[in-house]
Ligand binder design. Structure first.
Ligand SMILES: [Cu+2]
Ligand SMILES: [Zn+2]
Length: 196
């Protein structure tokens, strides 16, 4: 009984106050019920990601930089590579498991992106890691300009490379040594992110 009585008293005190507050608010500003009642914009279904970009930056003590663009195509994933600062010749070029370039030597990107537990191989091999892009060939000026289509890596599904790491290596990938291709140190690292 006591509790009820107290609640009753509290209500009689609060009710007039809230009424006052309500009328004061109404007098000061234009009422907002219309705006509040209008439905929130329907969430837009996010469009599938069909283009991705990795800006590649040098690891510590190296000068390799550039960008790699990935574009979804009906016959695979179009890969467009622009790199500078390499020694002339072949350099291992892979997508690694983690989009983490924080370590000075690029080792934070982990091993090759290998969602199906396959053996390491060349890009044309039937058994390969999804991240096995083989080699890029730098010209006499140390520049790589390359465009090709990869048949396994994708921007959606199990083989999606989104959020993974792109690594450019010091040495050629021999396409056979497990599980790295013996491609040596990591000269540059980039993270594959969604692009317009
Ligand atoms: Cu690699
Ligand atoms: Zn591999």
């Amino acid at each position: 009984m006591r509790t009820h009585a107290r609640l009753g008293m509290a209500f009689t005190l609060i009710a007039p106050l809230s009424l006052l507050a309500g009328s004061a608010r109404g007098a000061q500003s234009t009422p907002t019920p219309a705006a509040a009642a209008s439905p929130a914009p329907a969430p837009q279904p996010s469009a599938p990601i069909t283009r991705a970009l990795a800006v590649v930056r040098p690891t510590q003590g190296n000068a390799v930089a550039g960008d790699v663009t990935f574009t979804h195509a009906s016959d695979g994933l179009r890969v467009s590579v622009h790199l500078t600062g390499l020694t002339p010749g072949a350099h291992g070029f892979h997508v690694h498991e983690y989009g983490d370039c924080s370590a000075p030597d690029g080792m934070s990107a982990g091993g090759h992106f290998n969602p199906k537990g396959s053996l390491h191989g060349g890009p044309a091999a039937s058994a390969r890691h999804a991240g096995d892009f083989g080699n890029v060939e730098a010209d006499a000026q140390g520049v790589v300009t390359l465009e090709y289509t990869d048949r396994l890596a994708a921007l959606s599904g199990e083989n999606s490379i989104l959020g993974r790491g792109v690594i450019v290596h010091a040495k050629p990938d021999d396409l056979t040594t497990q599980p790295t291709g013996n491609a040596g140190g990591r000269l540059a690292c980039g993270v594959v992110g969604a692009a317009k």
